[in-house]
Design a protein around this ligand. Structure first.
Ligand SMILES: O=C(O)c1cc(=O)[nH]c(=O)n1[C@@H]1O[C@H](COP(=O)(O)O)[C@@H](O)[C@H]1O
Length: 285
């Protein structure tokens, strides 16, 4: 087992460089705006510029796997290099892969993103609990063993998420982690994460969007919360302060396009990231 838990690595990175997580999302529209070709080579240059701009300045970066995957094996090769360069420089990487499957397949996904000497090894990965929270167990085990983290989708930032995530569960459907009727699907994920983190290592984080009130009881949850939606999806720092007023310790606001639109100048990207990072620190102080 790794000496340091994910929670302690995260706390130390936040203390050094703030809590902002900047996305590396090479959207086709951003490649065009940066004067880059819509090819794996274009994505590589995009990622290299991001690495130069953000590494050492923010605590975490989050490459969105979909934009690399679009270029097949060449895109994956760029993603592998990006993840390893960022991690080698001491910046934490959350791979935004949103994996989730039956337990036996989940074990393979976990190995791919959280294994020790594998090409895509990241500090944390986003996962979907919608095949059942228990199906994530192999990922929880591997992450705990290797001092890495998971971010489990609870209440996502997109408007469509509520239809499923805010649906009310019957108590009989719940395997003992939540009690009483009227618990939402998203709340059951929060409750399962609380139960999982009882070892104090904060392996299981949550994804809770910053775009609207989440309606969750997060009072028992002290692990990391990834909060996307800042900037391009309309959320502001004031929204973060309001929505997460009781759960700020390991709150990790994420922004991607709102910073990336300042490229391809490395200095303009860095300044934009620093501005948002400092706004977030001041707004949540
Ligand atoms: O898991 C995520 O990061 C995520 C969850 C969620 O609820 N909403 C959400 O926007 N995201 C991701 O966060 C990033 C947000 O990008 P921007 O809207 O450009 O800031 C994208 O990579 C999304 O895929």
């Amino acid at each position: 087992m790794s000496q340091l838990s994910w929670g302690s690595r995260l706390r130390s990175a936040i203390a050094d460089r703030g809590r902002l997580c900047v996305g590396i999302d090479p959207h086709p529209s951003l490649l065009r705006a940066w004067g880059l070709p819509e090819t794996a080579g274009g994505v590589e240059t995009f990622a290299e510029i991001c690495v130069e701009a953000f590494v050492g300045d923010v605590a975490l970066v989050k490459p969105q796997v979909a934009f690399f995957e679009a270029y097949g094996s060449a895109g994956y090769a760029v993603l592998e290099r990006t993840i390893s360069v960022v991690r080698a420089a001491g910046t934490l990487v959350i791979a935004d892969a949103k994996r989730g499957d039956i337990g036996s397949t989940m074990a393979a996904y976990s190995q791919a993103w959280l294994g020790e000497d594998v090409p895509l090894a990241s500090d944390a990965v986003t996962v979907s609990p919608y095949l059942g929270f228990g199906a994530l167990e192999p990922a929880v085990e591997l992450a705990t063993e290797h001092g890495r983290g998971l971010f489990v989708l609870a209440r996502t930032s997109n408007p469509e998420g509520g239809q499923l995530q805010a649906a009310q569960l019957d108590a009989a459907e719940l395997s003992g982690v939540s009690a009483g009727k009227g618990v939402s699907v998203a709340q059951s994920i929060v409750d399962a994460a609380v139960a999982q983190n009882r070892d104090g290592r904060d392996t299981v984080g949550l994804v809770v969007g910053a775009t609207r009130g989440h309606g969750l009881d997060l009072s028992e949850f002290s692990g990391p919360i990834l909060a996307p939606g800042l900037g391009a999806q309309g959320a502001t720092v004031a929204d973060l302060a309001e929505i997460f007023r009781d759960s700020r310790e390991l709150l990790l606001p994420n922004t991607s396009r709102d910073v990336l639109r300042h490229g391809p100048s490395v200095s303009a990207l860095r300044e934009a990231a620093e501005r948002v990072r400092d706004d977030v620190e001041n707004g949540l102080a």
